[in-house]
Design a protein around this ligand. Structure first.
Ligand code: ADP
Ligand code: ADP
Ligand code: ZN
Length: 232
């Protein structure tokens, strides 16, 4: 059981853009009481606040390219050192390259933390296109919605924080195709990286949102309600 070894749970969510990483990690963060660290959200936060890091990252994000490793790694490693990550963290969208994965491994080791598992959400290309082109995101909390697959209760508003929903600039058809290409080239090799370390758990991400969540909890070995208590 992945979650049993110690009371700290550092988990990576791998998967293409649109695979459901944000949706699943948001639910799991609630269930386990550990923070979700989304590199994409951290970048968007920096862009909104017009920080130097945000200005640097924006040009890459707009083109659907990866932000350089040095910038990305620094930002995420800084985040893991914060107090709320002492009992674990869910990484959403990080690492996305082998050098990022190596940097994360080193940083966790330095802080006396270990990676519990890497959950890879597997979704076919055509379905990814359908999901990304219909995605609406919350300006307040970063939650993902979909016009057809996961509509908000009130049109244009987030179910949890009531903030406005918007469509991301980089969710345009041409940028989506490019981001998926970048994923296949630069991020998919991480599957083997983690498989070799015995940490890779592949989950069928094409099922309904709740079914994917159940499958994720099953591979993590936290399907029993009683076991939630230890992590909550
Ligand atoms: P998605 O949810 O569609 O996978 P994200 O919100 O995770 O997208 O990321 C949006 C963009 O932010 C990426 O296309 C990339 O430009 C940048 N980005 C996010 N995470 C990383 C990362 N780990 N390394 C490099 N760039 C990143
Ligand atoms: P990622 O963070 O991997 O880029 P998201 O969690 O933002 O992916 O999901 C991408 C889009 O697909 C969103 O519009 C979301 O509502 C929708 N979605 C997520 N999971 C599912 C699912 N299992 N079935 C159908 N649609 C989904
Ligand atoms: Zn919200």
């Amino acid at each position: 059981m992945v979650a049993g070894a110690d009371s700290r749970l550092y988990l990576i969510f791998l998967g293409a853009p649109g695979a459901g990483k944000g949706t699943q990690t948001a639910m799991l963060s609630q269930a386990l009481g550990i923070p979700r660290i989304s590199s994409g959200d951290l970048f968007r936060e920096n862009i909104k606040n017009q920080t130097p890091l945000g200005r640097q990252a924006k040009a890459y994000i707009d083109r659907g390219e990866l932000v350089p490793d040095a910038v990305t790694v620094g930002m995420v490693i800084h985040r893991i050192a914060e107090d709320d990550c002492v009992r674990g963290a869910l990484f959403d969208g990080f690492p996305r390259t082998i050098p990022q994965a190596e940097a994360l491994e080193a940083a966790l080791a330095e802080q006396g933390k270990t990676l519990g598992a890497v959950v890879d959400l597997v979704v076919d290309h055509e379905i990814l296109l359908e999901r990304l082109s219909g995605r609406w995101m919350c300006r307040g909390c970063g939650a993902s919605y979909h016009l057809a697959f996961h509509p908000p209760k009130t049109e244009g508003k987030c179910d949890t924080c009531s903030a406005e929903l918007y469509q991301r600039e980089d969710d345009r058809a041409d940028t989506i195709e490019h981001r998926l290409l970048v994923y296949y080239r630069q991020t998919a090799p991480l599957q083997n990286f983690y498989r070799q370390r015995g940490l890779l758990y592949q989950v069928n991400g094409e099922q309904a949102i709740e079914a994917v969540q159940e499958a994720v909890l099953r591979v993590l070995g936290v399907s029993q309600p009683a076991e939630y208590a230890g992590f909550g």
